[in-house]
Design a protein around this ligand. Structure first.
Ligand SMILES: Nc1nc2c(ncn2[C@@H]2O[C@H](COP(=O)(O)OP(=O)(O)OP(=O)(O)O)[C@@H](O)[C@H]2O)c(=O)[nH]1
Ligand SMILES: [Mg+2]
Length: 422
């Protein structure tokens, strides 16, 4: 009898090439890419670095470096080389030819991780759209012998070159994906419209990948979401209602983390998911202050928020992982220096009361106290206020139902015909 067959794919081995211009960031940049390789299920065999003022048009790295990488990759028995940059189709093809090995860039790696993480239909469609959009201008590298052939590509039309027919097919696929995303989005819009109709404000967690968003979400809303040191543990968004003890209620959304140089195709493809963020009443920007590069990470997140059109949403800076700081004074100093900030440890639960209090204050302007007298046939409205708002007083009087409630403006408007003074 033959032994059990090993069905697991062998771990892919990667040789890394860095072109980071600033020596001071080396450690961080390398660690980040290694983390991405691990998240994609790969292994690092070695690395090489080149300082470049300007990348070479043909091969990105210089020709001497290309030769050095070719030898090192072969010696370490790597399956592929990853360049920590966004490469053009020409650069990819030239590098694959000269290195005699498959070549990936950072964006392809990130897209690969996303493809592995997407669970919902919408997430999967968005990742696929990003992949095709990224691949389209780089299609020519399909013709080097190291590029894996993908399904669907390769049917030749009459009188067309293979490249032309491939482009046409990818374009058709992109259009179909966009249509499908529109369809799923319409459904999501209905869900969100239902949520928006509730007199409860919405809050979204944003931040660099691994900053602790899901850990904070679990802490605040009792969810059991995956929280992991691996980058991009979260891809699809989750929303839960949070009812804090001191009378503040809001919908909290956890979503995908950001990273520096986030591929624009990815940001564009994820527009539907990220709309949730831009339409929130408040953003909690979770920052891992125990990270040596937290200020750079913070800037990258602020940039991405701008890119998705969320600059107008108020932001509360949540300095997280203060348990991992060398001293508490550090946390105190940060909070005094930065306006609209609070220091917490999502892991240990430190600072949660302060955080909730800050959220309450920020949302205060969102809800207002209304007093209304509703006819008995408006019982549905009363029920909704109970279910989703904060009813402070309710009396069944002869002339109708008297209600005092805290509501967001949309709901204040619904009660408008029944408002009473005093
Ligand atoms: N020491 C410490 N570790 C924390 C804290 N909060 C989160 N972590 C850890 O940081 C890692 C990342 O946490 P996540 O909650 O998955 O981070 P995230 O922001 O959701 O990450 P992505 O979904 O990948 O974008 C996990 O290993 C957590 O246990 C904290 O307050 N202190
Ligand atoms: Mg997460």
């Amino acid at each position: 009898m033959p032994g059990p067959v090993n069905t697991q794919a062998p771990v892919e081995r990667f040789f890394l090439v860095f072109v980071n211009p600033d020596e001071a960031d080396d450690h961080y940049v390398e660690q980040e890419l290694e983390g991405l390789v691990e998240a994609a299920g790969g292994e690092v065999t070695g690395m090489s670095r080149q300082r470049l003022d300007r990348p070479h048009k043909a091969t990105y790295i210089g020709s001497g470096k290309v030769e050095e990488v070719r030898l090192a990759a072969a010696e370490t028995e790597a399956d592929a080389v990853i360049v920590d940059a966004e490469l053009t189709g020409i650069q990819l093809r030239n590098l694959e030819e000269r290195l005699a090995i498959r070549v990936l860039d950072r964006t392809t790696l990130i897209l690969d991780i996303f493809a592995g993480r997407a669970k919902t239909r919408e997430g999967q469609l968005q990742v696929e759209l990003a992949q095709y959009t990224y691949r389209l201008p780089r299609l020519m590298s399909v013709y080097t012998k190291f590029e894996r052939q993908r399904g669907g590509i390769g049917m030749r039309g009459p009188g067309e070159t293979k490249l032309e027919s491939d482009r046409r097919m990818v374009n058709a696929r992109i259009s179909r994906l966009k249509e499908e995303i529109e369809e799923v989005k319409r459904h999501r819009h209905l869900q969100r419209a239902a949520r928006k109709a509730h007199p409860v404000p919405t809050v979204s967690l944003v931040g660099y990948t691994s900053a602790g968003k899901s850990t904070l979400m679990n802490r605040l809303s009792g969810t059991d979401l995956l929280a992991d040191a691996m980058p991009f543990a979260t891809l699809d968004p989750t929303t839960r209602r949070v009812d804090a003890t001191d009378g503040v209620s809001f919908f909290l959304t956890d979503t995908v983390g950001f990273i520096r140089n986030l591929p624009t195709q990815l940001v564009a493809a994820f527009r539907a998911t990220l709309e949730e963020v831009t339409e929130s009443d408040l953003l909690l920007h979770v920052i891992d202050v125990s990270h040596e590069e937290w200020e750079g990470q913070r800037d990258a997140v602020v940039e991405t928020i701008e890119e998705i059109g969320g600059s107008d949403v108020p932001v509360l800076n949540v300095f997280n992982k203060i348990d991992a700081l060398p001293s508490v004074d550090e946390a105190t100093r940060l909070v005094t220096e930065w306006p609209n900030s609070v220091a917490v440890s999502a892991l240990k639960g430190t600072g949660m009361a302060d955080l909730v209090e800050m959220v309450r204050k920020q949302l205060e302007g969102r809800t207002g106290l209304v007093k209304a007298l509703l006819p008995y046939d408006q019982n549905n409205l009363v029920e909704s206020c109970h279910k989703f708002g904060r009813v402070l007083r309710e009396e069944y009087r002869e002339d109708g139902i008297y209600l005092e409630a805290e509501l967001v403006p949309e709901w204040q408007a619904k009660l408008k015909p029944f408002l009473i003074a005093g």
